[in-house]
Ligand binder design. Structure first.
Ligand SMILES: Nc1ncnc2c1ncn2[C@@H]1O[C@H](COP(=O)(O)OP(=O)(O)OP(=O)(O)O)[C@@H](O)[C@H]1O
Ligand SMILES: [Mg+2]
Length: 279
């Protein structure tokens, strides 16, 4: 796999040089691979958003380096291209919706790129279709459900044709149904459009769908690996203040009661299968 994004000894201080200085990232070295779905999790204030904002040069390193396809974010000339490669979706979709018509909202980014009109139309249609929003194209985004709004915001980023989308807690404001729908759309973008996904989330039931997870703690990456391996050894995660996914918790409880539940259970389907195999 090729690296899409790489950080090398990245340190970030807010209010640098003042008595209120906050070291939000401390010497972080990590890579994001082309085509993967990476979850970044960790407690409030652990540095997830600060790290993610370096990936498209919204923040620049105080020390160290971040590069996207080999282009350093510290070189100003690289920033427009980096922002084309890396799209960003935030927690609150309202902050990303700028017009009163869904299709106009999605066209906003490509219009700003100065693309010819036929290409803009083609991209808007593609983004609407990919996110399953065709029927809402003439609606006012502000009248939609929170989940639908977030999908419009993602479609707006998608219309810029990024290679990678960073989503900073995109489901935090949604109800369970909205959460499921948005997560499914994100997974589909990876599967069908081969878009690299970086998902910042507090929900372990989202992390289990990712290829890899990083756990941040106090400005550093404390744990990294596949969700299946890491949830198997849940003690380390608990020390970083994380919960296990529901299926792993139930499996652990059943094992403690003496039931022969197979290892590596992180989702409900596998749990049900293992319970059905009990004699
Ligand atoms: N603009 C800022 N100015 C000063 N300190 C900040 C700023 N933004 C974040 N911080 C501090 O940097 C540290 C990391 O914050 P960050 O927002 O990156 O964490 P997070 O893991 O995204 O948290 P959350 O789960 O609450 O979103 C925290 O101590 C936070 O208070
Ligand atoms: Mg955050």
């Amino acid at each position: 796999m090729k690296f899409l994004i790489k950080t090398n000894s990245l340190t970030h201080c807010y209010r640098s040089g003042t008595k209120d200085e906050v070291k939000a990232l401390d010497n972080v070295s990590m890579e994001i691979h082309q085509g993967e779905i990476l979850a970044i999790t960790g407690q409030n204030g652990s540095g997830k958003s600060t790290l993610a904002r370096h990936f498209n040069a919204l923040l620049l390193p105080s020390k160290g380096e971040v590069s996207v396809k080999g282009l350093s974010t510290s070189n100003k000339q690289n920033i427009p291209l980096i922002r084309k490669i890396i799209g960003m979706v935030f927690q609150n979709p309202d902050n990303q919706l700028v017009t009163s018509l869904v299709e106009e909202d999605i066209a906003f980014g490509p219009e700003n790129l100065g693309l010819p009109q036929p290409e803009i139309i083609e991209r808007v249609n593609w983004a609407l279709h990919t996110m399953g929003l065709q029927e809402l194209r003439r609606e006012n985004p502000h009248s939609l459900s929170e989940g639908q709004k977030q999908k419009v915001a993602i479609a707006g980023v998608l219309a810029m044709k990024p290679e990678c989308i960073i989503l900073d807690e995109p489901t935090a404001h949604l109800d369970p149904r909205g959460r499921r729908e948005v997560l499914e759309s994100i997974l589909q973008l990876n599967r069908e459009e081969n878009i690299t996904i970086v998902l910042l989330t507090h929900f372990m039931n989202e992390v289990i769908h990712c290829d890899r997870m990083l756990v941040m703690d106090n400005g550093s990456i404390k744990i990294a690996g596949s969700p299946c391996d890491l949830f198997q050894n849940g003690e380390n995660l608990k020390k970083s203040g994380l919960e296990l996914p529901v299926a792993s918790k139930i499996a652990e409880g059943l094992r403690q009661e003496g039931f022969n539940i197979k290892p590596n259970i992180i989702n409900m389907e596998d749990l049900v299968e293992s319970i059905c195999q009990l004699k």
